[in-house]
Design a protein around this ligand. Structure first.
Ligand code: 4NP
Length: 151
């Protein structure tokens, strides 16, 4: 079983979408996908209603997810840890205790040859179109990730 963790700041907008999208492209018998946030603001909350809505528009139900905070033990539990932006990436690395931990952490858009070295923009303070954009780039990127994991 390969275990993959999606991480953003609040675990209510971007990483729940990445979690739901990637899980939908992988065989659940072989891959386990989860998500977490580097911050504690929204622990126990469901995804933002705008993330739930854009997922639903594309046939995915992410409404039963519950936000949790990234913790050091996640380095033991997961094989791959995808950060949504450079700030999340740095905050995850601060909790690493070995080179092996650090090697698990990747900036998610680096998996997409069309948009390398960029951040998934935080849509929290914007309008619904921000969520449509985040869905689109995460869906494209998770397609690349799933292709690589399945090959
Ligand atoms: P996320 O978005 O990191 O994609 O879940 C945010 C959600 C909440 C906040 C910031 C970003 N916040 O400041 O509460």
């Amino acid at each position: 079983m390969t275990k993959i963790l999606m991480v953003c700041l609040g675990n209510i907008c971007r990483s729940p979408l990445a979690h739901g999208i990637l899980a939908s492209k992988l065989d659940a018998d072989k891959f386990y996908v989860d998500s977490a946030g580097t911050a504690s603001y929204h622990i126990g909350s469901p995804p933002d209603p705008r993330s739930i809505a854009v997922a639903r528009k594309h046939g995915l139900d992410i409404s039963t997810q519950s936000a949790r905070q990234f913790k050091r033990e996640d380095f033991e539990r997961f094989d791959l840890i995808y950060a949504m932006d450079a700030s999340n990436y740095q905050n995850i690395l601060k909790l690493a205790t070995s080179e092996a931990d650090k090697a698990k952490v990747k900036l998610i858009l680096n998996e997409n040859p069309d948009i390398r070295d960029k951040d998934v923009p935080d849509p929290y303070y914007g309008g619904d179109d921000g969520f449509d954009y985040v869905y689109r780039i995460l869906n494209d990127t998770c397609e690349h990730i799933a292709e690589n994991l399945n090959s």
